[in-house]
Design a protein around this ligand. Structure first.
Ligand SMILES: Cc1cc2nc3c(=O)[nH]c(=O)nc-3n(C[C@H](O)[C@H](O)[C@H](O)COP(=O)(O)O)c2cc1C
Length: 438
């Protein structure tokens, strides 16, 4: 039986900061190139040379402006502000690569399935079957306002609606059968209409008639990515997800999530192997451990306390400028400790008696992701330990230096993983889905 293979996905944003708010200020960062297509072509080539399963763009359709009631710190200091539309970047990256999967984030709350299905099917054609859709329901009010939504539906409703959006998209993607296109010049038969049908989808929120204008794409439907961690989010992921991202620090928590999630998939008639679970992780690599530690300390020193507070304000939905950064976290109202994943840092920080400013700096170094610091061997050891103990099926890597971290990782860590037989040496499938299963 073939040895179980690790999956690697790169986390990209069209924003100065992704998870590490200091990385863009590093002297080796290519931040001044970010509005140029060559930057995105380059990173796609690097990741494909490293045989990554996929890259994907996380996305936010709005500017956080809760901190001091303004977006000045977010814009001025380079927070998570997504400057470009990934639907336009992916075809650029598709044209300089042949194998790597290409994912984008698209909200089921803001977009109608007809447009989403058409755009994703087109991208799947233009990339020869390499597209993935990171399905998000979007919780942020700043995004909702940009789409004219003043009353954001609650989480349960957003996920119920997301189920309908995906059902409708599938009905649209299935409205053309394989082989419908004939291109028969001699007889003048362009397509076989008996292989095209209406979608006729009617749900509680969503209606669409179809058929889709776009013929069936190489993958039939894009690979579905998802990152729900709540009870309802996990159910949604267990039904639809093929690549699921998580955010945990402890191996035991990762294993518990892994067991729980794979168990839920059975309810939907799915085998556990049809979805890969990938914790998000930051990596800082050095030729020696002490060089790696110095590198991490250096890049971590580049974060801005106020930007950390502004970004946290956006995630928490409250204006943290009302509090003194020198104030112990334990003096803050306790409701801040009850917002899902932010519990991780707030509780940890309370235990360590950090001030708000110190907690904000820590938040700004990774947005709560674990940071692995070490030599290529040490990083590979860490990855293998989690992978082989079924804490995960691979990792989603977020940049601590762009593009340098990915270049180092592909050059130094990937060959070790390959030598240990846990990561592909070559792509074997024709599509992203085939490579994920291969
Ligand atoms: C690695 C990772 C990447 C994510 N990327 C996005 C994103 O690009 N856009 C977004 O709106 N939410 C993003 N999320 C948030 C998730 O979609 C989800 O809302 C969150 O994990 C909380 O889960 P829940 O909705 O089940 O509570 C991301 C989460 C993780 C862990």
């Amino acid at each position: 039986m073939a040895k179980r293979q690790m999956h690697l996905v790169a986390f990209l944003m069209t924003s100065p900061s992704s998870h590490h708010h200091g990385a863009w200020r590093h002297p080796e960062s290519d931040i001044d190139q970010m509005m140029r297509p060559e930057r995105w072509e380059h990173i796609a080539r690097v990741l494909e040379a490293g045989k990554f399963d996929a890259l994907f763009f996380a996305d936010l359709n709005g500017l956080y402006d809760l901190f001091e009631g303004r977006f000045d710190t977010m814009v001025g200091k380079g927070g998570q502000i997504c400057l470009l539309d990934p639907t336009v970047l992916l075809p650029i990256m598709a044209r300089v690569t042949r194998h790597i999967g290409l994912g984008l984030t698209y909200s089921t709350t803001f977009h109608h399935p007809f447009g989403a299905a058409r755009m994703l099917a087109t991208l799947d054609h233009m990339s020869n079957g390499r597209v993935a859709w990171n399905v998000v329901t979007s919780a942020s009010v700043v995004e909702a306002r940009n789409y004219g939504i003043t009353d954001m539906p609650d989480k349960a409703t957003r996920y119920d609606r997301a189920d309908e959006v995906l059902e409708a998209c599938c009905a649209l993607w299935d409205s053309w059968e394989d082989g419908a296109l004939l291109f028969d010049k001699a007889n003048g038969d362009f397509a076989d209409p008996s292989k095209v049908r209406y979608a006729d989808y009617e749900g509680r929120w969503i209606r669409t008639r179809g058929p889709l204008g776009t013929p069936r794409s190489p993958q039939g439907r894009p690979v579905i990515m998802q990152a729900g961690s709540s009870e309802r989010g996990r159910e949604f992921g267990a039904r639809w997800g093929e690549l699921v991202f998580t955010l945990q620090h402890e191996k035991s928590d990762m294993q518990a999530f892994y067991q729980d999630f794979k168990g839920r998939m059975g309810t939907y008639g799915r085998s556990p192997e049809s979805c890969a679970i990938l914790p998000s992780i930051d990596v800082v690599i050095g030729e020696t451990e002490s060089i790696a530690r110095e590198r991490a300390a250096y890049v971590n020193s580049l974060v801005d306390t106020r930007l950390g507070m502004a970004q946290m304000s956006g995630h928490l939905g409250t204006d943290l400028s009302r509090f003194d950064p020198g104030q112990p976290l334990s003096d803050l109202p306790t409701e801040f400790g009850s917002k899902g994943s932010l519990d991780v840092i707030l509780q940890g920080s309370r235990r360590e008696s950090l001030t708000l400013g110190e907690a904000a700096r820590r938040f700004a170094t990774s947005e709560l992701c674990p940071q692995v610091v070490g030599t290529p061997e040490q990083v590979a050891d860490h990855f293998c330990d989690l992978f082989l103990d079924h804490a995960c099926d691979g990792f989603i890597l977020t940049p601590t230096l762009f593009p340098g971290m990915y270049e180092q990782f592909c050059r130094a860590v990937v060959p070790i993983l390959q030598k240990r037989g846990v990561f592909r040496r070559e792509y074997t499938g024709d599509t992203l889905r085939a490579n994920l299963q291969g």
